[in-house]
Design a protein around this ligand. Structure first.
Ligand code: LHQ
Length: 259
């Protein structure tokens, strides 16, 4: 698949999706949004891909909606969200493979929404975050109102959304918006180490863990216990589980095949 504004690479079962409009800090045009939607689909279908990394080229992660091209194309905001953002955010959140946002620089507006829709965030020192929507008289979209309060709590999420304040990497770590902060020079090494670790894990169980945790975050204890039971029954029937128990007693590392 040929992409125009995005690079898609796969190495050692890790797909990397690199937003590639550095001159705008990777602002999201229709073309880039379409590329990104296709790339997530491709990673979803590719059985050789076990982990997905989302990142940006240049000094920005993603500056959100490209405000220039959106203005030029008329202003059907509902159509735009329905056509591009909503399927993309759902697909990312529902992807049964771990996703990591490798945050190389500023993440603003819908660019921050993309980061919070990923499972894990690793930020470089110097990365900044803003719910920039309010600064242009808009409201959070693309899943920010869902993911942000769950990550950093209701009050801080509201403060970010209502002020559009820019927070730096230290505050992002303190507020648990990101899992880790590393020097810029170590960003790729640390992210790929984690990605390879996840890629060597049991793919079916990892997919279920992701669904289970999302379910538990918005259901009560009884429902969550039932859901855990359903998933555990499925996980216990996998070859990967049986082989890993055998490997444990043979004092060998498990090799997970996704079966
Ligand atoms: C940009 C952008 C950008 C175009 C930087 N577009 N060029 C969804 C659906 C429908 C409608 C509307 O919205 C949405 C969701 C949204 O995402 S709304 C929020 C959209 N994003 C923003 O409002 C953020 C706008 N950008 C900024 O506030 C700043 O650029 C940040 C804080 C991200 C970075 O600031 P700086 O590091 O000072 O960089 P800069 O402002 O100098 O930007 C570098 C270049 O990138 C510059 O172009 P130039 O030709 O002057 O070098 C900017 O114009 C361009 N750029 N963001 N979203």
């Amino acid at each position: 698949m040929a992409y125009q504004s995005l690079q898609y690479t796969v190495e050692e079962q890790v797909a990397t999706l690199t937003l590639n409009r550095p001159e705008t800090l990777n602002a999201l045009t229709d073309e880039l949004l379409a590329d990104l939607g296709e790339a997530v689909k491709q990673a979803e279908r590719d059985r050789d891909v076990r982990v997905v990394i989302l990142t940006g080229r240049g000094r920005g992660f993603c500056s959100g909606q490209d405000l220039k091209s959106f203005g030029e194309g008329g202003r059907d905001i509902a159509g735009h969200l329905d056509r591009y953002y909503h399927p993309l955010i759902r697909r990312l959140a529902n992807l049964e493979k771990p996703t990591i946002a490798m945050i190389n620089g500023v993440a603003a507006g819908a660019g921050m929404s993309l980061a919070v829709a990923c499972d894990i965030r690793i930020a470089a020192e110097g990365a900044r975050f803003s719910q920039a929507f309010v600064r242009i008289g808009l409201v959070p979209d693309s899943g920010s109102s869902y993911f942000l309060p769950r990550l950093i709590g209701y009050s801080r999420a509201l403060e970010m959304a209502m002020t559009g304040m820019m927070i730096d990497h230290q505050t992002a770590l303190e507020w648990r918006l990101v899992n880790r902060v590393v020097p810029q020079a170590n960003l790729e090494r640390v992210t790929y180490e984690l990605a390879r670790e996840l890629a060597s894990g049991p793919p079916l169980a990892l997919g279920m863990i992701k669904r289970q945790m999302a379910y538990g975050a918005s259901h009560n204890l009884n429902d969550s216990l039932e859901r855990e039971k359903d998933f555990q029954v499925q996980a216990a029937q996998t070859e990967d589980h049986r082989n890993a128990v055998e490997a444990f007693f043979a004092k060998k590392p498990p090799a997970f095949e996704g079966r």
